[in-house]
Design a protein around this ligand. Structure first.
Ligand code: ADP
Ligand code: MG
Length: 268
């Protein structure tokens, strides 16, 4: 392990198996405090599901993990490397831009809206970042993309454009595209919310396969059944804080906080 990682681990007491480590993470926009001190741990090879009402800060938190937002405070490390910290309230660590791009390349993010490159075929979508960012030879990138497309059952769609695919197929392409960068962790922000109900299952199946293959995942979702089945931990966010966390089964069967109970009763 690199010296930086072991130093960070010793300094902040990061567990040896940590992939995401957040302590007291705050994010403000002007006067609006969106994250009010979030503590969060995702061990390598596990799946964390995040639920909570609209506006509770779930997307903002994912964006912090993915270096898309600067923290206003707290400590956040991915794979024991800094995203940012502010221990005494006077020192905000910022990752330099070139490093930021490299770090971001190690983290995959999936959105409700798929965000495929619409003017590129499925294959072109998959090889773009590996060839441009990682400088992998095109032949190798294509070969790896074919393997990934088989994994998401879309080997026959290599030369299609996104508009020729269903929403479920597009999201599976987006997942394969994220995997093509060999990320250390995949972040999902309501990946099935934009899909027709009959297409949700095929995307959840791909996510289930990824989880079983040992991929570390953070999943914001309203699919409580999925969270119960696949999640190693379930986190309930409300008003910019984590109100409750636990194993999905425990929390769904027996929520401790009245806010969790009320939320679950609405989505179950
Ligand atoms: P969730 O994903 O749980 O629905 P969000 O993280 O999207 O919640 O938003 C949490 C709060 O932060 C909301 O009140 C939202 O309006 C606000 N917010 C999010 N992004 C910004 C931004 N870029 N500028 C100002 N306010 C924002
Ligand atoms: Mg959101």
């Amino acid at each position: 392990m690199s010296d930086v990682k072991s130093e960070n681990r010793a300094r902040f007491g990061v567990p040896a198996d940590s992939m995401v480590f957040a302590r007291g993470v705050r994010k403000t926009y002007g006067q609006l405090e969106v994250l009010k001190g979030v503590d969060f741990d995702v061990p390598e090879g596990t799946v964390a599901c995040i639920i909570g009402p609209s506006g509770s800060g779930k997307s903002t938190f994912l964006r912090c993990i993915n270096h898309l937002e600067k923290l206003s405070g707290g400590i956040l490390l991915v794979d024991s490397q800094f995203v940012g910290y502010d221990l005494q309230g006077d020192r905000l660590y910022e990752v330099k831009d070139d490093l930021l791009c490299r770090r971001r390349a190690e983290i995959g993010m999936l959105f409700q809206s798929f965000n495929l490159f619409s003017h590129m075929t499925v294959m072109e979508n998959l090889i773009e970042a590996p060839t441009q960012v990682r400088r992998i030879p095109v032949d190798q990138a294509r070969a790896e993309a074919e393997v990934l497309l088989r994994r998401v059952s879309l080997a026959d769609k290599v030369d299609r454009y996104p508009r020729e695919l269903s929403g479920g197929q597009q999201q599976r392409v987006a997942i394969a595209r994220a995997m093509a960068m060999k990320p250390k962790v995949l972040l999902f922000d309501e990946p099935t919310s934009a899909l027709d109900p009959e297409l949700v299952g095929e995307v959840l199946q791909v996510m289930r396969d990824l989880a079983e293959s040992g991929m570390t995942m953070v999943v914001v979702t309203h699919e409580i059944g999925f969270a119960r089945e696949i999640g190693d931990q379930l986190v309930f966010m409300d008003g910019g804080v984590i109100v409750e966390r636990g194993t999905p089964r425990e929390m769904i069967a027996n929520p401790k906080s009245p806010r969790t109970r009320e939320f679950l009763s609405r989505v179950l």
